[in-house]
Ligand binder design. Structure first.
Ligand code: IMP
Length: 191
């Protein structure tokens, strides 16, 4: 597959921009301020879920006025298609010990909730002082398990979205906005 420039991807493949980069920047700044207030004076570890959350986490941490450690965990949930596999497993574990520390999970998107449900159980067994979630996006009406979010960026309609770290078949992560794909993108992959 030949890599496309941002302009080409936008012109050829994006159906609709749901969240533009200016709005995202403002919202992430608000979240950064709120998290800084709430965790002031606390030993905070941000746990980014790879791969999708790396863009959000990188922007968020630079909007925070308190210091926080960063760690990453890689979880498998989707293959290269746009439907959930239902199988959750750890591909890369945390490097740090989180026992007795305040942990804030940074997630790109909450869809069925299976990934976070699994992760909450797994990480809480390591006895952190607190364990909360900050998700950039929640998909409306899709959750099969109830997940409580301490922080949320946006709610979007139940459609497959790409950009700002989110991919389709490992592409489009670098788009600075959140958008939906034209049907031909999926159709080409099926042929
Ligand atoms: P869940 O376990 O169904 O909540 O899925 C969460 C994970 O699936 C996210 O961390 C994403 O990696 C991926 N995912 C879910 N919906 C989308 C989407 O619309 N675009 C891209 N990735 C998605």
């Amino acid at each position: 597959m030949k890599a496309k420039t941002l302009e080409q991807a936008l012109a050829d493949d994006i159906e609709e921009v749901l969240l533009n980069s200016e709005d995202i920047k403002c919202r992430v700044a608000e979240l950064g301020r709120q998290i800084s207030e709430d965790y002031k004076g606390k030993d905070l570890v941000l746990v980014g879920i790879l791969r999708g959350a790396f863009v959000f986490l990188a922007d968020l941490i630079r909007e925070m006025s308190i210091s926080a450690e960063t760690d990453f965990i890689a979880i498998s949930s989707y293959g290269s298609s746009s439907t959930t596999s239902g199988v959750v497993r750890i591909l890369k574990d945390l490097d740090e010990d989180i026992e007795g520390r305040h942990v804030l999970i940074i997630e790109d998107i909450l869809d069925t909730g299976l990934t976070l449900n699994y992760l909450l159980k797994n990480l809480s067994s390591r006895r952190p002082e607190s364990l909360e979630i900050c998700s950039f996006i929640v998909k409306e009406g899709k959750q099969s398990v109830k997940i409580n979010l301490k922080y949320l960026g946006y709610t979007v309609p139940n459609r497959f979205v790409v950009g700002y770290g989110l991919d389709y078949a490992q592409r489009y992560r670098n788009l600075p906005f959140i958008g939906t794909l034209k049907p031909h993108v999926y159709e080409e992959d099926e042929t």
